[in-house]
Design a protein around this ligand. Structure first.
Ligand SMILES: [Mg+2]
Length: 242
């Protein structure tokens, strides 16, 4: 007999390295754009900053704020829109994309509403979703431009932003499942009471500048309810998430 007391879940899906392999070519391209951009901002107006200075800034802001962009805004007066526009300007995406087959079928089979929740800008994420052919499976598309709280940019892993998102969509935290590759985002979601799924197959490095390799075995932290290589394993693990 079906259990009518369990409401269907609300899925929050990350995009990069969750629904496609951004590590393959897209992240390296974005990273190169970021290096150029940050070197110019940190430079003296004529000479760009050195790679070592850029790396130190990227790592430092990423550790302190969870995102390089937030440090660039706070300490260098960078415009978020300009930074995102320039760094995500990648030309034709089809040459850079790599993804699994069968994701449309998977998303159709998974019970419950799906929301795309990405720290990437709308123009880029819309483009990627078009290439993946998955847009129709998502009720909402939440990109970084929609992550302002009290007029400040609060991307993942902001719990302020997540709480507001849940309130806006009228959904209790325990009904939500966040599907992600980034542990920091899963950790903050878990603290709010969301279920968490860690997708590991596209992870390459454990820092944003590609200097720190991943540990050989990826141990599931306690705040991760389910660890999968691919989102295609979700139907088989659904019972662990209810
Ligand atoms: Mg991701």
């Amino acid at each position: 007999m079906p259990n009518h007391t369990l409401p269907s879940p609300v899925w929050l899906f990350d995009l990069d390295n969750t629904l496609h392999d951004a590590s393959h070519a897209i992240f390296p391209a974005i990273s190169a754009n970021m290096n150029t951009y940050i070197a110019r901002v940190l430079g003296d107006g004529s000479t760009p900053a050195t790679q070592a200075q850029v790396d130190a800034a990227r790592l430092g802001y990423w550790r302190r704020y969870g995102a390089t962009l937030l440090g660039m805004i706070r300490h260098h007066g960078v415009s978020a829109a300009d930074f995102l526009h320039v760094t995500h300007d990648l030309g034709a995406l089809d040459k850079l994309m790599r993804a699994e087959k069968g994701l449309g079928t998977l998303l159709r089979r998974l019970p419950g509403r799906k929301i795309l929740l990405t720290n990437a800008p709308t123009r880029y994420s819309t483009d990627v979703m078009r290439h993946l052919g998955l847009s129709r499976h998502f009720a909402h598309h939440v990109a970084i431009e929609h992550m302002h709280v009290h007029r400040r940019l609060r991307p993942k892993p902001s719990s302020l932003m997540l709480r507001r998102l849940l309130r806006k969509h009228g959904v209790a935290a325990r009904r939500c499942i966040l599907v992600e590759d980034t542990l920091a985002n899963l950790k903050s979601a878990s603290r709010l009471g969301l279920r968490t799924v860690w997708v590991t197959q596209y992870l390459r490095m454990s820092d944003p500048i590609g200097k720190a390799p991943l540990p050989r075995t990826l141990k599931r932290p306690r705040y991760v309810d389910v660890k999968v290589k691919s989102v295609r394993q979700l139907p088989a693990r659904l019972h662990r998430l209810r």
